[in-house]
Design a protein around this ligand. Sequence first.
Ligand code: BG6
Ligand code: GLC
Ligand code: GLC
Length: 906
Amino acid sequence: MFAVHLVLSFFSKLQEDPTKKVDRFMYAMHLHDDQLSDISARFQAEMKKGLSGESNAAAAVKMLPTHVHSTPDGSEKGQFLALDLGGSKFKVLQVKVREGTGVRGGGVEMEEKTYPIPEELLTGSGKELFDHVSESLNDFLHEKKISVEKKHPLAFTFSFPCEQSALNQGLLLNWSKNFRARGVQGKDVVQALRGAVNRTGGMDVEVLAMVNDTVATMMTCGFDDRYCEVGLIVGSGTNACYMEELHHIDLVEGDEGRMCVNTEWGAFGDDGALNDYITEFDREVDAASNNPGKQILEKMVSGMYLGELVRLVVLKMAKLGLLFEGQVSDALRTKGKITTAHVAAMEEYKNGLKNTRNILVDLDLSPTPDDCVAVQRVSTIVSFRSSNLVAAGLAAILTQIRQNRHLRTLRITVGVDGTVYKTHPRYANRLHKVVQLLIPERRQQQRSRSGHSSRTKLASQRRQVDETLSPLRLSGEQLLLVKKRMRGALEAGLKSKGPSAVKMLPSYVYQTPDGTEHGKYLALGLGGTNFRALLVDLKKGLLQNSRLNHKIYPTPVEIMQGSGEELFDHIAQCVGDFLDYMGMKSARLPAGLTFSFPCEQAGIDTGTLVSWTKGFKATDCEGHDVVGMLREAIKRRNEFDLDIVSVVNDAVGTMMSCAYEDPQCEIGLIAGTGTNQDDGAEREKKEEHAGIPKMCINTEWGGLGDDGSLDDIITHYDSEVDQNSLNPGKQRFEKLISGMYLGEVVRQVLLDLTRGGLLFRGQVTEALKTTGIFHTKYLSQIESDRLALLQVRSVLQQLGLDSTCDDSIIVKEVCGAVSHRAAQLSGAGVAAVVDKIRENRGLDHLDITVGVDGSLYKLHPHFSGVLQQTVNMLAPQCTVSLLPSEGGSGTGAALTAAVARKKLEK
Ligand code: BG6
Ligand code: GLC
Ligand code: GLC
């Protein structure tokens, strides 16, 4: 029954809802409420920075005074011309307000015409651009038969940041969106327009005002609604303005009354304030834009970029084989092929999926129905993030206004314009909802309704914990992908001459022990945090009959990360001590060294360290023969002599020691401080070993993903851990599964939950900030089923973490999610190896034993079980027995030495 259940749940996972994988892939774009509140608070701080005279110069958000002191009062009348430049359309307009009616009386007539702007004018000279504007105006007057004799007042909507010292003057600070005409930056735009009008001739216009589009939007809306005091644009660009108290605007004199401030919020984040929220896709969009490093918020939010974000995510997913069965088309690779209009179409209520399909087919892709659902989801996540960010900004502005006026509640209208807001089917609705949610006084009101709100709080806490953990939970489909990628990497490592993520290092071990090995051997091991010395007495036959003597020496961090000479002197000293202890200093013993780092070997008794991994960083070792370095240290010590016969990796040592007991053992696996696997049955060799029937290969599988192949399952917690490690960017697989890093991943998740107020009462303590507090040992204890919650609390207390019972439950859950993932990923790796061996041998079924060692495997209550289950699921054509190593890899080293010696003696 149990097995059936497992199989079923596995298959149901395989057919999982395609939106799930997208959600996991795009986790970083999902902003939860606390993050939005945080962003909103940061933005409000930025606004203050921009308003203050002291900090304005350094502020990213410019908070530009507009010299607009009031919104319309409805008595305005007469005829105006207007130009609207900077949105997706350039328009010329005429506005007539009939005498005696006023705007609110409804007597407004408006005529407008859109004029295309040729591409080359956007990037040509400013003079040409303004000449085009003026010629269009001239054309408009003629077409609409507007008298050119009369003098016309004109309002100029110019949708770029301008520094204004009066309403009819403004220096362009910088272009944004797709404009970059030369020679305008730093110049007065009104002057530029006047110059062009003069050049064109035949018109009499007086430029009365120049306003940003946000201001124009607020004013337009203000005609009808006296509560409108905020203008918002979510179009090709994004921005907002609002009525601020004059005494807060340091850049303008005067204390009485208000002035509209153009926030230019698109630049929020240009100083790094949004770095925690920026994804690789945002970086790509930014890098490919006209203005890299500028308008960071705008690039996450506005119409000019949304389509690109969707395209980049879809492209990456396709490349990773998560969409279109890995198919990628040239169109999909081309910048600009997915537009904001597409995004809106994909999310349409009824036809969304059909539209998505058509859009994808137009991009020369052949999507399955699941692909369409997935791509639609991508689009939803991108546009949802946009509306969330706009909501966060708007909430900050509304809070600022409310605080300015010392009001508990505020009645206000926001005038909104822009293609994204107007044409996207769900945008307005979502924006509205999230703003409601973010405005603090509303939250307080909700909280005050105690009974009800504490229930919703618990439910939302649960949801947030689940959401936090969800990217750590891998589906069967993802595990299969990992298996596939591991398989690919194993093959690639064997074939490649140059560097590859998974190195596949030959070990020069050609056979496993046959039980005839005999004699006394010294086994030495360096690899985890300890150095081990061990005397193995092989008396023909089983290992259990041998007398084992050993001693463990901790390796201090300053030695691990000091100089190479110090490290090997330390080892020689430990060996000397051990020989003293055994009373064998004068015997020149044969010795085998287990060295648990990647070594390029040219024989069984030499090994050049490729690179340190785990916690080691000793200088002058990489690129050197470790056996040679040990021999030299022994010589320097001049106390004893050793005959170092072999050097092996711990994975190889483990295989050897297990094979002594079980001849079917042809694989060694380490799940400890580091992780590695060796494939004893490897038959395909690197080219230089052609002709040899088989040789054990040290896969160094911990390097899987160093080429980016695991990016879709790597979470931002993992990235943090990687960044804080000694070898950023390296051993990505190892960092997901080995004891040295799991505790750190747990700590990152706990930090996040705490910052979100979901744990430890929101208090980030020193203990929690301490790198490395969660050793494998503690993870194992916390996850032990035998421990009651109280005991979990006491373990946490030992670590300096004061927890409530609720906290303990969450911490245990986090540990569980992280170690479960580790065991599953290890299982996916083993499945790849055993299937490869099976296929190499042309078998339908393979029985094989894997010798396993390592603290995680041995101490953790669930690791081995989950590992076994995963292997069974992912490699159904193999029967894999996991055999915990008894003698340890040290014994294996001794056995390797014995086997090597036998060979020599022959
Ligand atoms: C228009 C306004 O409707 O919206 C413009 O008239 C504004 O002033 C524009 O710039 C912003 O939206 P988009 O999508 O055209 O950039
Ligand atoms: C850009 C401009 C800004 C404008 C916005 C919306 O962000 O810098 O001035 O308001 O786009 O069009
Ligand atoms: C690291 C080392 C590897 C070793 C493993 C387990 O991955 O690079 O050589 O086998 O840790 O200790």
